[in-house]
Design a protein around this ligand. Sequence first.
Ligand code: AOS
Ligand code: ZN
Ligand code: ZN
Ligand code: ZN
Length: 435
Amino acid sequence: IKNPVIDTNLVAEHNAQQQADLQADYEALGGMLARRGVDIEKLTALAGTFAVAVPSWGAGTGGTRFARFAGRGEPRNVFEKMEDCAVINQLTRATPAVSLHFPWDRTDDPAALKEIADGYGLGFDAVNSNTFQDQQGQDHTYKYGSLSAQSGAARAQAVQHNIDCIELGQKLGSKALTVWVGDGANFPGQNNLRGSLERYLDSMRDIYGALPADWNVFIEHKLFEPAFYATVIADWGTSFAAATELGPKAKCLVDLGHHAPNTNIEMIVARLAQFGKLGGFHFNDSKYGDDDLDSGSINPFQLFLVFNELADAAERAKSGATDFNPAYMLDQSHNVTDPIESLMSSAVEVQRAFVQAALVDRNALRAFQESNDVLNAAQTLKKAYRTDVSAILAMARVRAGGAADPVAAYRSSGYRDSAAERRPAKAGASSSGIV
Ligand code: AOS
Ligand code: ZN
Ligand code: ZN
Ligand code: ZN
């Protein structure tokens, strides 16, 4: 582990204390899986390959549109966010990259940022642009839209910001730009529905044209908010149409919270994968709307079913010798928990779904589907989902130098207390933005 932020002796001690229990759980699970013809070692190795990027903005307390209750020792700039992200990856070994958001993470010295990230062994995943907020001193407002605005000047400014993000991302080693816009209408009649999308596409063509050869652009759809009547990129259908119009480097990004309640998100995933347009994810959980709750905290079965589709798509890609590697990112807002603890637990929950999906007996499932044995087909998924793979996840972490129990190790390190001392709260600290 490069430049560990948490004392490695402390992690080793923590793991030593957990060792006997973990070993016993691991052996018991290994025996049970062996009776099913599954080699636990293969699953543990697979778990070790899992990676999900952490959102830089998730390291601070998010806040809602009502208030933001600042947390202790919150990172005050991108360098401090990187330090927190390093802690998350050190203890979980599952979050080797950070997804930045500009201009929140602006820096005059990208080389220094890259060097610090390298020091921690962290890379940079997709960069996110922000044209849903006005920045101080900005020439043209986004009040009435950005990439789809009526104002040509506002559109040009939004396009330029996205191009700036690409340029910054290139210096950091990112390979994708994620574009989410809040553009839309609050009243019927406010916008010409078709005209808005035409303007959006024109703007996106300019951004697409600025993409380096090995880059992708991810289009993030969202049903509503801040536009409450009609959102320009409201659903995966519009996202898919836009990505298709733009070309092969444009793909769709699925934020789990951006759908109407009870939407069959795993089917959207399957559709986008089928047509080669699944770019990536923003993982989180929700009960109502874009709640940005911790991954797996509300509906872990849905998360499993999403990964079941991803496992199916990966199997098909393998047999067709094609590439399939959507970008995995978290996008959460933490209001009542320590963001580091939430991000660590969430990364583990997504990794859990990934491993559980690998446990699905795909041959058995296919056979039950072919013979219309509905009950057993459903049970095949349930059997994998009900298997507690915690010991596999813990063993993969320990073997990679992480912590058997990341939250416990983190708490005993006293990192938050030391961060609070080193990072005194700014007077009148304002929201880092609504997510
Ligand atoms: C907004 O709802 C989206 O989830 C975006 O991904 C956004 O850029 C991010 O949440 C930060 O606000
Ligand atoms: Zn998102
Ligand atoms: Zn969102
Ligand atoms: Zn959100």
